[in-house]
Design a protein around this ligand. Structure first.
Ligand code: SF4
Length: 238
């Protein structure tokens, strides 16, 4: 599927509408979370060739689609330094991104594999690998200013796709919205300030895909909705 041309005036509009708290520019040396910094030190000692540091967002900085995952996986983003790259969680994601014209290749292998995202950017609610893939609420809060910085770049009519309930909650926190008013559910849509749309999906983790809690068809339906919403947004902006 060929992506529609990005409307340059829309893409250039950086909206901080409704975001609460200060945005922080990504800090590759951030050690704000003691527990995670100590854990990364241990991982780095065991795997000296791993990235083992905060993982930067990946993709088009002017993208209209921002995907928010949970946190780097031990042998995926934490190893390679690119979100959803190198482990099972990225398989379905990049395949689906490619199918909908958001990625130039169906597989993300490493930071230097030449893959590019088109009108799409991927970030995480938490940028450092948490033990057992479970960040503490305080760690999600500590990392939220980096997410605010990413959300501020999503233009009007843009789409934020939250992968899982923790990512969904982190997006709501960034906007100061009540969790009880905007309940997470696969396929749900929520209006965000600044005419942006929040779409929810179950996380594309190995567990969810292997148990078929999330199937390829279910994931495709969410991306079809994102693509349709962006197409409507471009027409409105014309
Ligand atoms: S999780 Fe975020 S806030 Fe915490 S140390 Fe890593 S980059 Fe910093």
């Amino acid at each position: 599927m060929v992506p529609p041309r990005k409307n340059s005036s829309t893409a250039a509009t950086i909206e901080a509408v409704g975001l609460v708290g200060g945005a922080r520019v990504f800090d590759p040396g951030c050690r704000r979370c003691d527990r995670l910094a100590v854990f990364l030190g241990e991982v780095s000692a065991r795997h000296p060739d791993y990235h083992a540091a905060p993982v930067p967002s990946f993709g088009d900085p002017e993208a209209r689609l921002l995907i928010v995952g949970l946190a780097p996986g031990m042998h995926g983003a934490n190893r390679t330094g690119r979100p959803f790259t190198g482990d099972h969680a990225g398989l379905l994601l990049y395949r689906t991104l490619h199918e909908f014209g958001f990625a130039t290749a169906p597989e993300s292998l490493s930071v230097d594999d030449g893959l590019r995202l088109q009108d799409c950017r991927i970030t995480n609610a938490v940028r450092c690998l948490p033990p057992a893939n479970k960040p503490l609420p305080a760690e999600v809060r500590a990392c939220n200013p980096f997410l605010v910085g990413e959300l501020a770049k999503v233009p009007r009519s843009g789409v934020v796709l939250a992968l899982g309930a923790i990512a969904h909650a982190a997006v709501l926190s960034a906007f100061g919205l009540k969790q009880t008013t905007y309940r997470f559910g696969h396929g749900r849509r929520h209006e965000l300030p600044g005419e942006r749309l929040l779409l929810d999906s179950f996380h594309c983790s190995r567990y969810n895909t292997q148990t078929r809690r999330l199937t390829a068809e279910m994931f495709r339906a969410v991306f079809a909705e994102a693509r349709a919403s962006l197409a409507v947004g471009s027409r409105v902006a014309e």
